[in-house]
Write a protein that binds this ligand. Structure first.
Ligand code: B30
Ligand code: ZN
Length: 228
């Protein structure tokens, strides 16, 4: 489309559906949501993560709405017997999903896609605390302007960047940015990782602040949770 979407003003979230005519942005099953009134579902299994120790980040991109790490192929997860490959990781500041109304300083999205083009996103919240690895090397990319990309060859062990407890909330929603495609499997880890204030400040220098979409209606969707 001629105009590119943004997080505020004439191209902000209220206008996404007009700007992107072919999108689902006006759909009934959108993301993010406030995670509340969930049902325990004991048949849900742990997420089967196949994250290797030495996967590589191919490049770090400032796409104008987030900082994104694009991955070499290798890492994947299994969801309902289907393999979803990890494509990219990016950040929202503050978080998009809220848990019982609580908004975290950061939310990290691990974006996976299967052979049919369907998405599974693992969301990891970050609360204020000690510095953590996913943000450790960001400093070396300053400045990275909108539209700029830096090719790297950086080994990255996704396992080091996740909380030890992998209990999660699950629901079906959408991409949180245009084209807001529905049918996305969302896994939101219950346990946050930590991020230092300095690292949050660094991210704010690298990407637009407040790059989050407001809470979307549940419209009867079921929310599931593992663990206690
Ligand atoms: S999210 O995890 O729900 N925030 C996309 C992937 C994950 C999410 C949102 C969007 C996605 O693949 N979007 C289409 C691709 N983008 C290019 C891009 O990667 O950066 C097109 C675009 O928006 O115009 Cu931005
Ligand atoms: Zn995202």
């Amino acid at each position: 489309s001629s105009k590119h979407w943004s997080y505020a003003g004439e191209t902000g979230p209220e206008h996404w559906a007009e700007i992107e005519a072919e999108s689902d942005c006006n759909g009934k099953f959108q993301s993010p949501i406030n995670i509340v009134k969930y049902e325990e579902n004991n048949s849900l299994k742990p997420i089967a993560l196949h994250y290797a120790e030495n996967t590589k980040i191919h490049d770090v991109t400032n796409n104008g709405h987030s900082i994104q790490y694009n991955f070499e192929s290798g890492d994947n997860i299994m969801v309902n017997g289907l393999r979803y490959d990890l494509k990219q990781v990016h950040f929202h500041e503050p978080s998009e999903h809220t848990i019982d109304g609580v908004r975290y300083p950061l939310e990290m999205h691990l974006v996976h896609i299967n052979d049919s083009g369907q998405y599974t996103v693992i969301a990891v919240m970050a609360k204020e605390g000690v510095s953590s690895i996913p943000f450790d090397f960001l400093e070396s990319f300053l400045p990275l302007k909108a539209g700029e990309k830096k090719e790297v060859d950086l080994p990255f062990n996704m396992n080091d960047n996740l909380p030890s407890n992998k209990d999660y909330f699950f629901y079906t929603g959408s991409l949180t940015t245009p084209p807001c495609t529905e049918g996305v499997n969302w896994y939101i880890l219950k346990e946050p990782i930590t991020v230092s204030l300095e690292q949050v400040d660094l991210l704010k220098k690298l990407m637009p602040i407040n790059n989050y979409r407001n809470e979307q209606p549940h419209n009867g969707r079921q929310l599931y949770v593992t663990g206690n």
